[in-house]
Design a protein around this ligand. Structure first.
Ligand code: C5P
Length: 216
């Protein structure tokens, strides 16, 4: 049973203030992506971590694979194709923009794969939801609605199949949705608030505070 974690860190456009793509922003003395890389590599059940960066960013992160694509989906696909036929049984696919990965979430995900080909960490929605277009048009029930996080775990053959069969013209924001849409059941497991994506400058400040507190 070989378990590989893929971290996609090939985004270009997204910047939160600085001149650098988000995944390279300094957090507690190292690039953002290094935090999730260390967390995943430290987990006893994970054999290898592959960090995917854009081809022109190869020298930014030691040992990174410069095989990023134009979209997140392409970056993941390139990594999966590179791993195909190498005996990998299980993959965890993770966003570089989520630096803190609790080991317990990884365990829940991997355990869920005994029952289903995919697993995703989720949290309930606490805010009120509504649809609208400058004015509210209708309320949206929170029943059976969840926020999806990463890492997302899959039996390798299932997620490779999902990516190979996915229509080239259709975008996808995550792998769990692609697996589900191509007929591979995805189990929901409990996520964690500290897995939330760094999106705004305030998220980075919170992450800095968390690291400073952990070192006290
Ligand atoms: O833009 P967003 O925050 O949804 O990106 C999620 C993750 O996908 C980020 O870690 C980003 O670096 C990665 N990504 C990628 N290749 C792209 C676009 C995004 O690896 N072409």
């Amino acid at each position: 049973d070989t378990i590989v974690a893929i971290i996609v860190a090939a985004g270009k456009g997204e910047r939160i203030g600085g001149a650098d793509p988000k995944q390279f922003i300094d957090l507690g003395g190292c690039p953002l992506v290094e935090h999730s890389r260390m967390a995943l590599a430290a987990h006893s059940r994970i054999d290898r971590v592959v960090v995917v960066v854009a081809p022109d960013q190869a020298d930014r992160i030691p040992d990174a694979r410069p095989i990023g694509g134009a979209t997140r989906r392409e970056s993941v696909r390139n990594a999966l194709e590179e791993l195909a036929d190498s005996g990998v049984s299980t993959v965890l696919i993770h966003d570089a923009a989520r630096p803190f990965v609790p080991p317990a979430v990884i365990d829940r995900l991997l355990d869920a794969l005994d029952a289903q080909p995919g697993a995703v960490p989720v949290l309930p929605i606490t805010d009120t939801l509504a649809r609208g277009d400058s004015v509210l048009t209708e309320g949206v029930s929170r029943d059976h609605v969840f926020r999806l996080q990463t890492p997302q775990a899959f039996r390798f053959d299932a997620i490779l199949d999902a990516h190979r069969r996915w229509p080239a013209t259709e975008d996808a924001t995550d792998d769990a949705g692609m697996a589900q849409r191509t007929g591979h059941d995805v189990m929901m497991v409990e996520g964690s608030p500290i897995l939330d994506k760094i999106t705004y400058p305030a998220d980075l400040a919170l992450a800095e505070a968390r690291i400073a507190q952990a070192m006290e």
